[in-house]
Ligand binder design. Structure first.
Ligand code: HEC
Length: 144
């Protein structure tokens, strides 16, 4: 009996969860070239996060700040929305996207301040605010 329940739970976890997770997310109906550009931006975002994290492990605050501002911050908005990606995003998605760019700019400021006291905790706290926006959008939207 207990085995049957366990097997049922296991099947739900493997098959059911991804399906229900998908059902909850809103699909951003994007033309395929926009979706391709968006996914390319996304892979770039992850790459940037990895680089920032690595720079922080070396207490390289200034370069981490520059990396965040130039690739994710408000200064990078032009790069992210080339080919009119922004125009096609649902309003809610655009809003989270803007919050992410703002959080990255805030991180850059925090990192520069953190450098004075070699305060990694402060820098990582600000970085987690950026990642929070990645997670928030991924929870709500999918590309297809
Ligand atoms: C405004 C919304 C939004 C924000 C903010 C966002 N993403 Fe995404 N991301 C998406 C969507 C939509 C997808 C497609 C997911 C799907 O269809 O299942 C995606 C996919 C991805 C992928 C997979 C790319 C591929 O080639 O399949 C990666 C990696 C990724 N995001 C990283 C990030 C990181 C890192 C951040 C934060 C720095 C971030 N994203 C912020 C919306 C967003």
């Amino acid at each position: 009996m207990i085995y049957k329940s366990l097997i049922f739970i296991l099947i739900f976890l493997v098959v059911g969860l991804p399906v229900t997770a998908n059902a909850d997310r809103q699909s951003a109906e994007l033309p395929s070239y926009v979706s391709k550009q968006l996914m390319s931006n996304m892979r770039g975002n992850l790459d940037t996060l990895e680089k920032i994290t690595h720079l922080l492990t070396e207490s390289n605050y200034t370069e981490a700040a520059d990396m965040a501002e130039n690739h994710l911050g408000m200064s990078s908005v032009e790069i992210h929305y080339q080919k009119f990606v922004g125009k096609y995003l649902p309003k809610g998605m655009r809003q989270i996207s803007r919050q992410m760019h703002q959080a990255a700019t805030d991180f850059a400021l925090s990192a520069r301040e953190a450098e004075k006291d070699d305060d990694l905790q402060k820098a990582f706290a600000a970085l987690s605010q950026v990642m929070k926006q990645c997670v928030a959008c991924h929870k709500l939207y999918r590309a297809k």
